[in-house]
Design a protein around this ligand. Structure first.
Ligand code: S3P
Length: 173
């Protein structure tokens, strides 16, 4: 088992549909460490995210998320967070001891990725991409605050981006 002191732990943050899960899984495979997606952990323990938002509200979800992030960082490996995790000061504080990769993406590139999604913050929106842009702008400063480095996933294969992140991470050791 890896631990928080594992030199290959890293965290992925970024807006919805930036590719955090697909890139994270590939990075973990290449580094030979565990992959943890905190949204998945929350779903496994508490059921689908739209249901959590509907029944208990966003603040409750953020509490679950902070606890899931803390647990994942204890375990170590590649940890992919939900897009809104950085909105919580306590969660940002947890990230401060770790290498954090900010995955950014353009609005043009997310159009296809947002189709058929299961994201309560975009549900029922007449123009989900416009809403996505506004949410990203509100959070951009927080992503920048926690990030050690930034990679753009807009127009390049996820595997290539993952390889570059692995190379970056190895340089940090
Ligand atoms: C959210 C992003 C989602 C998920 C939840 C809230 C957000 O994760 O955590 O729907 O506030 O941006 P993804 O970034 O994986 O879509």
């Amino acid at each position: 088992m890896t631990s928080a002191a594992d030199p290959l732990t890293l965290v992925l943050v970024g807006p919805m549909a930036a590719g955090k899960t697909s890139v994270g899984r590939r990075v973990a495979r290449r580094l030979g460490v565990a992959f943890i997606d905190t949204d998945r952990r929350i779903v496994a323990a508490h059921g689908p995210i739209p249901g959590i938002f509907a029944a208990h509200g966003e603040a409750y979800f953020r509490d679950l998320e902070r606890a899931a992030v803390a647990e994942a960082l204890e375990e170590g490996g590649v940890v992919s967070l939900g897009g809104g995790a950085v909105t919580e000061a306590a969660t940002r504080e947890l990230l401060s001891a770790h290498p954090v990769v900010f995955l950014t993406v353009s609005a043009d590139a997310v159009v296809d990725r947002l189709r058929g999604g299961n994201r309560p913050l975009l549900a029922g929106e007449e123009d989900p991409v416009e809403r996505w842009k506004n949410i990203f702008e509100e959070r951009r400063g927080w992503y920048a605050e926690v990030a050690s480095t930034t990679f753009d996933t807009s127009r390049r294969p996820m595997q290539k981006i993952a390889d570059e992140i692995v190379a970056w991470r190895r340089e940090q050791r």
